[in-house]
Design a protein. Structure first.
Length: 147
């Protein structure tokens, strides 16, 4: 009977961890942020174009909607911290991506750091902060989409 109870307990813990239901959120500080360079962002974009089913990249522009509409990195989606509700847990649409690159205007943009930290606190994997942001993108002469 004891072995059976212990086995059931272990199975419950394993299922709970697998489903992330017991893991909840975690505390994330600026020191936990992993940054990514423009060169590496470009490599990720190229790799996704070459192998769209193997490499799923999500570019998130954390600026206000109007600024996003005025110009953003091609293929980026607009997302603000207010769009993420930690009480609802993880979003399956975001879970589908291997890498999540968050950016704003420049290294001083607090919105990108806040969004990256929020996603990391929800235990999304592969979250990177692109501190150069749209300024570095434009400075490199790369194309910008607008709506």
């Amino acid at each position: 009977m004891r072995n059976r109870t212990a086995l059931l307990l272990l199975a419950s813990i394993a299922a709970c961890i697998t489903l992330s239901g017991c893991m909840g959120t975690r505390n994330v500080s600026d020191r936990d942020l992993e940054t990514i360079s423009l060169e590496k962002v470009l490599k990720l974009i190229e790799r996704q174009k070459a192998h769209p089913d193997e490499h799923r990249l999500l570019l998130l522009d954390s600026r206000a909607a109007q600024r996003y509409r005025d110009g953003h990195i091609p293929g980026a989606r607009n997302m603000l911290t207010a769009d993420v509700n930690p009480t609802l847990g993880r979003d399956p649409a975001i879970d589908a991506y291997d890498r999540i690159v968050v950016y704003a205007d420049n290294p001083g943009s607090a919105s990108a750091k806040a969004l990256a930290k929020l996603l990391m606190s929800l235990r999304y994997d592969g979250v990177r902060l692109f501190p150069g942001g749209l300024r570095a993108w434009k400075r490199a002469g790369l194309p910008v989409e607008s709506e």
